[in-house]
Ligand binder design. Structure first.
Ligand code: P6P
Length: 339
């Protein structure tokens, strides 16, 4: 072990040595992805001093108010990755269609779908934010279409996030467990700090935005009500609630100490004709794979998230993920409610 600990590059070289499907191009792609995360970590950390806070004065393709850093984060990743020769295309929460690799650059064999700055409403109040990424293969010399990105979560070859919080941490899986790396800014390296992250099967902590209580459907009404009855209720123990306002912040906490994260379908979303709030390709799928790789579950209430066959780049889904006993209980409540 070197004095600095195992770097992200050393970890990935070791964990792909025996993998025929992850070669030098993948290692190069991950190195460039980490570089983009470092660049963004620096901007987030400097905040107002870097002049990156505040509203951008425009909406994104989802009709949501964009922060300056939403746009900057998208640009940082595209600039860091488009000329690498590893990617065939890039899909982003901030862009309607996918971003084709410009003619002057070599196209590679991987597709990147990402949320440049998840939880950006936290950025102006110094709350946790993060970048979520999902990498799949594009085994064709032809330029990809949007449809080439529509692969189920089980086809991901790498998924992860970079959390910008008290420390900047990159957490990822390539299908052999989940590893967390803390950015050592003194040497500019992500250092392995959380090998083999695993989600405890049970928990007494849930994450949901309780402002929408009146809109929840029966399974969530029942689950949260039973938790809130505490030790006198059917769960015979007290529960705690946390809501980070960023999926990355909540998911990271759950990977560290257990919990269940809910952004379920509710009557408000149904009335708006939405299939959920969170997006499948660059939020639910990458976070869902991390959860399953860490021994947890990721579900919509009726389907395992990773089994969903996507039909749109910005498709929304209900999300229930974390400690398996609690997710399974919610799945059972959905099943009972449907019968
Ligand atoms: P609400 C951030 O906008 C996000 O997409 C997730 O990161 C987060 O969990 C959720 O939405 C917060 O939603 O409705 O509580 O603002």
């Amino acid at each position: 072990m070197s004095q600095t600990g195992t770097t992200l590059s050393q970890y990935l070289v070791e964990h792909t040595r025996a993998r025929d499907d992850l070669g030098s191009d993948f290692l190069g792609l991950m190195n460039d992805t980490a570089t983009a995360c470092k660049r963004l970590s620096d901007l987030v950390r400097r905040g107002e001093l870097a002049g990156v806070l505040g509203a951008a004065g425009q909406e994104n393709v989802q009709g949501e108010e964009q922060k300056k850093l939403d746009i900057i984060a998208n640009e940082v990743f595209i600039e860091s990755l488009e000329s690498s020769g590893y990617l065939a295309g890039i899909a982003s929460e901030e862009m309607d269609a996918h971003y084709p690799i410009p003619e002057q650059f070599t196209r590679g064999q991987y597709l990147l779908a990402f949320d440049p700055l998840d939880g950006s409403s936290n950025i102006d109040v110094n709350g946790s934010t993060g970048t979520i990424f999902s990498i799949t293969r594009h085994d064709s010399a032809d330029a990809p279409s949007d449809a080439d990105f529509l692969q189920s979560g089980r086809q991901q070859i790498c998924a992860g996030y970079c959390l910008y919080s008290s420390a900047s941490m990159l957490v990822l899986t390539i299908g052999d467990g989940v590893a967390g790396f803390t950015l050592d800014s003194s040497i500019g390296e992500f250092i392995l700090s959380h090998p083999n992250m695993s989600v405890p099967e049970t928990t007494s902590e849930y994450a949901i935005n309780s402002a929408y209580t009146r809109h929840w459907l029966a399974p969530e009404q029942r689950y949260i009500d039973e938790c809130n009855q505490g030790v006198e209720g059917p769960r015979a123990r007290n529960f705690n609630m946390r809501w980070a306002g960023s999926m990355v912040g909540d998911v990271h906490r759950i990977l560290c100490r257990g919990g269940v994260f809910l952004y379920p379908m509710d009557a408000r979303l149904q009335a708006d004709g939405k299939a959920g709030k969170l997006r499948l390709m660059y939020e639910a799928n990458p976070m869902g794979w991390l959860m399953e790789q860490a021994g947890g579950m990721a579900h919509t209430g009726t389907h395992a998230i990773l089994d969903i066959e996507p039909n749109d780049l910005h498709q929304r889904v209900p999300v229930i993920m974390g400690s398996s006993e609690e997710v399974q209980r919610l799945v059972d409540y959905h099943s009972e409610s449907a019968s």
